[in-house]
Design a protein around this ligand. Structure first.
Ligand SMILES: C[S@@+](CC[C@H](N)C(=O)[O-])C[C@H]1O[C@@H](n2cnc3c(N)ncnc32)[C@H](O)[C@@H]1O
Length: 325
């Protein structure tokens, strides 16, 4: 095979790797505990989940009564098997509906087969999406932008897992800035790991095997993204630092009228202008306390810089409740 074609396949394989991270039950339970009041009488759709191995399915079946759910729909995608790296059996795509029966055992006879491949963008899957109130899953990372765009288009509530980098996608950042979506509670090390398939090569990353023999990878770079209200996001960040008297700690940008702040906890409580903060600020962001202005770029369209050097990506914010005196 020509080197170019091999490279392309390797790149595709790399990109698809995180599409094969399967979520742990404990991580789902640890996030879902904050949103329980949203689920009463609701239809939940897990549209990237094989009920035979999805812990989202397991979680919602086990907590069906406690949450007061109306229905759970779980749809399994049929993997495409047209390149070297696909290893899954070419099974049919199907969905399964659970309405709280006492018998929680999965019965294949109850699977409803899709005519197509069960892609979340297919008309069949969208038909199910329209019936749903809340979508909860870990979707394929490589399709994250499209995935979120579809949820927004159909006006659905959601709680999904993504990579922290997703914050920096312009489409996703725009939604965060407009206060249409926000970060969930757990992020980074707060999400303990993902089950990876046997063919997944474990190298150079933090890995372990759990008591059931699952191979777990802990990538430390994932987050929950949601548009479900949660009280934690209305808690103020406690600000103990002052700008007045400490101006040298907060250098000004060359290409924007604002100061640089290296850590969220160092945001000065008395600064009324624009401030550039690390993207991890979003984890603590309270929209009642701060306004998000823009991401990364100065007035000249280039990355924010100080004396010609660019600190890491910054989000420009403004304090809505400046403490003076
Ligand atoms: C990151 S894995 C997570 C699986 C499961 N949601 C979980 O959290 O354990 C993403 C899943 O999406 C499925 N998938 C990939 N492309 C898809 C598509 N276009 N439509 C629906 N599902 C897809 C994959 O088969 C894979 O099982």
């Amino acid at each position: 095979m020509a080197r170019n074609a091999t490279n392309k396949l390797l790149q595709k394989a790399k990109k698809l790797k995180s599409d094969e991270f399967y979520t742990l039950f404990s991580d789902i339970a640890s996030e879902l505990q904050y949103y329980k009041e949203h689920f009463k009488g609701k239809v939940v759709y897990c549209n990237c989940d094989d009920p035979r191995n999805s812990n989202f399915f397991n979680y919602f079946v086990q907590n069906f009564k406690e949450l007061g759910l109306k229905k759970l729909i779980t749809a399994c995608y049929k993997e495409q098997t047209n390149d070297l790296f696909d290893t899954k059996e070419n099974e049919d795509a199907f969905f399964y509906e659970y309405s709280g029966s006492e018998n929680e055992n999965l019965n294949q006879a109850d699977f409803v087969y899709f005519k197509g491949d069960g892609d979340f963008r297919s008309s069949e899957s969208i038909g199910l999406l329209k019936q749903a109130d809340i979508v909860v899953t870990n979707p394929p990372f490589s399709l994250f932008r499209e995935y979120v765009a579809q949820l927004m288009k159909y006006g659905k509530k959601f709680l999904i897992i993504g990579n922290i980098n997703a914050i920096t996608y312009k489409e996703i950042f725009k939604l965060i800035k407009e206060n249409k979506v926000w970060l969930g509670i757990n992020l980074g090390r707060g999400i303990s790991g993902f089950i990876v398939p046997d063919h997944y090569e474990l190298y150079g990353t933090e890995t372990r095997i759990d008591e059931s023999g699952n191979r777990i990878i802990s990538p430390n770079n994932c987050l929950w993204l949601t548009n479900l209200e949660v009280s934690q996001r209305h808690k103020d960040i406690v600000l103990t630092k002052k700008y007045a008297g400490n101006e040298t700690e907060y250098p000004r940008y060359d290409n924007y009228d604002g100061i640089n702040v290296n850590k969220t906890q160092d945001i000065p409580c008395d600064y009324a202008g624009y401030m550039g903060v690390p993207i991890t600020f979003l984890h603590k962001f309270n929209p009642d306390q701060f306004e998000i202005i823009k991401f990364r770029k100065g007035n000249d369209g280039k990355d924010l810089s100080i004396n010609g050097k660019c600190p890491y990506f910054r989000i420009l914010i403004k304090n809505k409740r400046v403490q003076t005196g």
